[in-house]
Design a protein around this ligand. Sequence first.
Ligand code: ZN
Ligand code: ZN
Length: 260
Amino acid sequence: MKSPHYDLHMHTKYLGCANGTMEIPAMLAECERLGVKVMGITDHLNTLDKLPLHRPIRDEIAALQTDIAVYFGVELNYQSCDGEFAYSPEVRDELGFQFAIGGIHSPYVESYDLRQIVEIQHRHHLKTCADPLVQVLVHPYWFGKKTFEQRGWPWFDTMKAVPVAYARELGQAARDSGTAIEINACANLVNPAYSSDYVKEYVEYLGVIASEGALFTVGSDAHDIHRLEHIEAAWRVVEQLGLPPERIWRPTGKPLGGKE
Ligand SMILES: [Zn+2]
Ligand SMILES: [Zn+2]
């Protein structure tokens, strides 16, 4: 079964997170080349002072002429352990964000304790699924390798550290709330920090979530124009898991840019 050709997670240069190659017209041209049909631009909103920086992104999307449906999204990050996203219906409506993806971006432990690290991730995954303002849980069990290296901790390189019961519970929570679990190319599938064994285990982990009936979505999470093409790795995993198109979430309604 062929995966729908969506890419619903990518960054621009405007928030200073992606590099200078990530200008919206160039990103669109590359997505057209790759055969992407639905595109979502999702820059970070870690704190509210960054909200005005999303305005030029919105205006550029609205001006696009293309057959691709281009949606204006946002990526949310917890502001602290068990904290909140910098997001509300008012924030959403002020800028007109069409969808929100979100998740945990830190291990949140003082000293190395693998069981505790995994438990904290799991807790935030469930919290994200319970958030009615967030449509997508981003990159479960992605970690920044530098965080581990700087502290001299063993690297997180096996999904065997995650109990199967956690995968099942997340799959059930996502199914019940309608939250889509992200299949993320650059963070999880083609991240040079991870071994091929990790990737194999990661796909098995997604398979357990799938068996509970959850929806999924696909994103490159590209921060450089040459990494947009890695979205194909996420599409391949959709096919590998045998997920039918109705299990792959996308924003609905009129896209801000391009055509429906
Ligand atoms: Zn992220
Ligand atoms: Zn991202």
